[in-house]
Design a protein around this ligand. Structure first.
Ligand code: HEC
Ligand code: HEC
Length: 220
């Protein structure tokens, strides 16, 4: 009996470590649930229903909160939304508050796709939480040098490359995420971005977030 138990434990351990190494792909590997969601034939109308449980925090229009506690999701690229949802589900990005709403038992990859295309189609409000406005010149200089090549000159991001739109996002959310990325606490981040942000002091992060938050939402 004892022997059987230790055999089972050894087997469980082996399985766990196999799962752990399978869970550390490159930041943008398209596999598993992300692949299934990207390949799904999405129906935005169905997504409106799937989005309902999210509205308590992200609001009905998906504009989030000016305080930055909850990000704006409306108008964000569907690919970015799908990647972030899957990353949170698989534990590559930590979000304890939201996990119960994203659990495998609650949402299928097909529903993730429906919901992402629904939210992408919602209009972007320019009434987002802005920064102090004192760091704009410095923020623009840093942004154009270090961030624009991925997040776009207008903050529009890139759907095929999974680069988030940062224009008109809430200032406090941007600042928090930039800090998490710099300090290595957002584990799904693009390593090239981590390299540039590593050297940033708090003043730099505040200035660049100030600048991103006031960029006008891209015209659709
Ligand atoms: C209990 C509150 C809560 C609920 C409900 C909730 N979220 Fe969130 N969500 C958050 C918070 C907080 C964050 C930001 C976490 C952080 O700071 O990293 C977030 C972040 C996100 C992000 C990342 C956005 C980005 O720009 O990277 C996505 C995508 C998202 N939520 C989708 C959803 C969807 C879809 C649902 C419903 C199925 C949902 N959320 C329900 C609190 C919530
Ligand atoms: C090499 C491309 C690249 C560069 C350069 C880059 N980023 Fe990013 N950024 C990304 C990607 C990709 C993500 C989404 C990461 C992920 O999948 O988790 C991201 C996410 C973010 C987020 C979180 C957005 C959200 O909605 O949650 C912030 C804030 C951010 N970047 C700020 C910056 C700033 C500030 C700079 C310049 C100092 C910068 N980035 C440079 C690729 C880049």
């Amino acid at each position: 009996m004892k022997k059987l138990l230790s055999l089972m434990m050894a087997l469980t351990l082996a399985l766990c470590s196999a799962a752990a190494s399978a869970q550390t792909p490159a930041w943008n590997d398209i596999q598993g649930e992300l692949k299934a969601a990207l390949e799904a034939k999405a129906d935005p109308a169905r997504g409106a229903g799937a989005f309902q449980p999210c509205e308590g925090c992200h609001r009905k229009d998906a504009s989030g909160r000016m305080s930055g506690a909850y990000p704006r999701l409306s108008g964000q690229h569907a690919t970015v939304l799908m990647k972030q949802i899957v990353d949170i589900r698989t534990g590559r990005r930590t979000n304890a508050k939201m996990e119960p709403f994203l659990d495998e038992h609650v949402l299928t990859p097909f529903e993730i796709a429906d919901l992402a295309f629904y939210v992408q189609g919602l209009p972007i409000s320019a009434a987002n939480g802005k920064g102090p406005g004192t760091g704009l010149a410095k923020g623009k200089q840093l942004y154009d040098k270090d961030c624009a090549q991925c997040h776009g000159v207008q903050g529009e991001g890139s759907a095929p490359k999974f680069y988030p739109m940062v224009a008109a996002q809430h200032y406090r959310y941007l600042l928090r995420e930039a800090q998490l990325i710099r300090d290595g606490d957002r584990r799904n981040a693009n390593p090239d971005m981590v390299k540039v942000i590593k050297a940033y002091g708090t003043g730099d992060l505040e200035a660049v977030s100030d600048y991103m938050a006031q960029l006008a939402p891209p015209k659709k």
